[in-house]
Design a protein around this ligand. Structure first.
Ligand code: PMT
Length: 399
């Protein structure tokens, strides 16, 4: 039997007991078409839908099911597979397996491999829409995401039970596409320290109200995740956001621009790469009220004062040779204003996103970046997931 040896494009494909299990056969073939070596591990429930023989014939590799199986006698398959995989991809992932993974339960071969595995993980859930919406499942997925797993959200549509909604396994092309992105991450940031600002800031009007913006923190979170994948030591100074930040990063939570400035300045001296993805409020109320402003007057006037320019301050304070990079949220495709910001803030480069374009920018799962460098060079990412944009950007900046 071929010994596959550790390699970045080795994929362990975990298949769970779902009607969508049959689609894992196409997924295995698609991953192989993209150059991966694929080994399949079925849960016992998956075996009710698909067979070991199917996957062994398709992949030319052994398939594991039971916790005590040893295709290479004298070796511990769960450790071998965990050590040698460049990606653990679970598709379809059922509610039961997702909950077991989140809880760290290792009671079959797949969850035992997962518990011994420390690398990149991708989870593609498939289930009834009500199960997918259930709080327990959402919490388990959030836990896995916060530990660095990528989730390929299920699609909307008809599911096997006859209901409609979100729960249908994402398309084979989409899952394989995300897997390729995750597998393509280099280790160009190994040993580097990366500091990221992320999310919105909140500037108090009184004790219960604030001025803020539509940043969800997804772009900053994707940058943190991508930098970790590429081997960096990552610190995120994040404004209030519900986007899960990866557990391997140091997270500094702040509310206001002034707190963000303080949090980032305290860490900038160590950083090799600084990225300002935060949507910092440019202005804040000059004198926030203590307590609650009462609805008495017909109108009120708020005096606003300028907030500090955080990324410009970081560019001045960064160590020699560090690259300080901003983002520019532009209300149109013209990059001229971004070039002015790049020069004014003293940056190495600026990543421009057109926040007027539908489906990208604020709160979207995708983005489209133009990287404008101070030396005049310009590169375009094309429209991709925020994670793929982040990897693309970091490959340019880390090289
Ligand atoms: O969080 P998401 O929902 O995923 O959305 C992502 C995003 C659209 C917020 C992100 O991609 C983005 O564009 N971030 C920068 C938003 C912004 O504030 O752009 P700007 O053009 O106003 O600022 C230019 C740069 O200066 C940015 O790096 C910003 O962080 C920085 N800045 C701005 C003002 C200020 N007072 N201090 C700063 O550091």
């Amino acid at each position: 039997m071929l010994w596959w040896g550790p390699a970045v494009d080795n994929v362990v494909l975990g298949v769970c007991g779902s009607v969508a299990a049959y689609r894992a056969a196409d997924l295995a073939r698609e991953l192989m078409r993209r150059g991966c070596t694929v080994r399949v591990c079925l849960t016992e429930s998956a075996e009710k839908f698909v067979t070991r023989a199917l996957f062994e014939a398709l992949t030319g590799q052994p398939c594991l099911i039971g916790a005590f199986e040893e295709p290479e006698s004298g070796r511990m398959a769960h450790i071998d597979w965990a050590r040698q995989a460049g990606l653990l991809l679970i598709a379809p992932a059922t509610a039961n397996t997702i909950a077991r993974l989140a809880a760290g339960v290792a009671d079959d071969m797949l969850t035992t491999i997962a518990s011994a595995y420390t690398g990149r993980m991708l989870i593609a859930p498939a289930m009834n829409p009500s199960m997918y919406a259930s709080p327990a499942l959402r919490e388990a997925l959030a836990t896995l995401a916060s530990r660095g797993a990528e989730i390929v959200e299920p699609a909307e549509g008809d599911v096997a039970c006859g209901e409609q909604g979100q729960g249908k396994l994402a398309s084979v092309e989409r899952i394989a596409g995300v897997a390729s992105v995750v597998l393509s991450a280099s280790h160009a940031l190994s040993g580097k320290k990366v500091l990221i600002t992320s999310g919105p800031t909140r500037e108090p009007i009184d004790s219960v109200r604030f001025v803020s913006n539509r940043s969800s923190g997804k772009m900053g979170s994707a940058l943190a995740r991508a930098a970790l994948m590429m081997g960096a030591d990552v610190t995120v100074v994040s404004g209030p956001s519900s986007a899960p930040l990866p557990i391997g990063a140091t997270i500094v939570r702040v509310e206001t621009a002034e707190e963000m400035l303080k949090g980032a300045l305290a860490r900038v001296k160590d950083a090799d790469l600084v990225i300002g993805a935060a949507a910092v409020a440019d202005y804040r109320p000059a004198s926030p009220e203590k307590g609650k402003i009462r609805r008495e007057a017909g109108r009120i006037e708020l005096e606003m004062v300028a907030n500090p320019d955080i990324i410009a301050a970081l560019a001045s304070a960064a160590k020699k040779g560090a690259r300080v990079v901003g983002f520019a949220a532009e209300p149109g495709p013209d990059g001229e204003a971004a070039r002015v910001k790049l020069a004014r803030k003293g940056l190495f480069a600026i990543a421009v996103n057109d926040v007027s374009a539908p489906g990208i920018g604020f709160d979207a799962d995708e983005n489209e970046l133009t990287l404008v460098r101070a030396d005049g060079g310009e590169e375009r990412s094309g429209r991709r997931s925020k994670l793929a944009c982040a990897l693309w950007l970091l490959e340019w900046l880390g090289g």
